[in-house]
Design a binder for this molecule. Sequence first.
Ligand SMILES: C[S@@+](CC[C@H](N)C(=O)[O-])C[C@H]1O[C@@H](n2cnc3c(N)ncnc32)[C@H](O)[C@@H]1O
Length: 279
Amino acid sequence: MSDEWRVPSNDEADDWPETPGVDVGVPSVARVYDAVLGGKDHFAVDRAIADKAMAAMPNARVGAGLNRAILERGVRYMAECGIDQFLDLGSGLPTVRNTHEVAQEHNPEARVVYVDNDPIVLAHGRALLAENDRTRVVTADVRDARGVLSRPEVVELLDLKRPVGLLLVAVLHHLADEDDPAGLVRAYRTALAPGSFVFITHFSDATPEGRELERLFLSTLGSGRFRSRETVESFFEGTELVDPGVVFLPRWRPDAPVTDDSAYAGLTMIGGLGRVPDA
Ligand SMILES: C[S@@+](CC[C@H](N)C(=O)[O-])C[C@H]1O[C@@H](n2cnc3c(N)ncnc32)[C@H](O)[C@@H]1O
């Protein structure tokens, strides 16, 4: 691998050689999220925002971990329903228990296309590509549904005539109301075969801490909208919501009893899974 594309690790991200499209002086959603999760692939400018978020909500890291945990439960649920191809929109930097790892644990033939508009995700994704010919990483804006769905990597790896697991995990809140997130989900959903799933997690406006985080994220990152349960439920239009519907993340089909700490941190986000009905 050339030095230009070398993936930073440990504490070296700040010294990372210049990468096309990556500005170390401008914060990125993917890198701030990595910092909140406790990862190592972010710069000082990202860490500063993550620190402020953790000051506003001391267990924000637990909250981010709960989002990764529901991602795993959701992918596992879909895989157990027979889904063997996934389109992960706004996939973020690789971290623990990525979609392809969970899906391929259930079915080694499962295919996954990751899409993110941050070029750093592709730079890191190359390491994934090297080890897995059933995984692709695409740099694209998820707001362009038609463009994403016609990308060669998507068309070559996924068969859209068969059911797909569509992931919009912690990404729709980075879209403004003017971007029409409901219309965007509809554009993807109508392109999916019956039996497909739409999996969404989203910042919740239910708590004062959430509303403070919204102010912080909008003023520093320019995105991060905390929406109501009714609004997030509306994104599932045209699907049958899997039990228990749109709920705080720790309440969605938990593997283990919900603790006080996770119950509190889990108020930051809500999520659910909808199935595209048979024709
Ligand atoms: C909070 S991270 C979520 C990562 C992962 N889905 C998860 O839940 O762990 C949000 C990701 O969405 C990406 N993103 C935000 N807006 C996007 C857009 N318009 N198109 C593509 N990716 C976008 C960011 O770059 C970031 O990596």
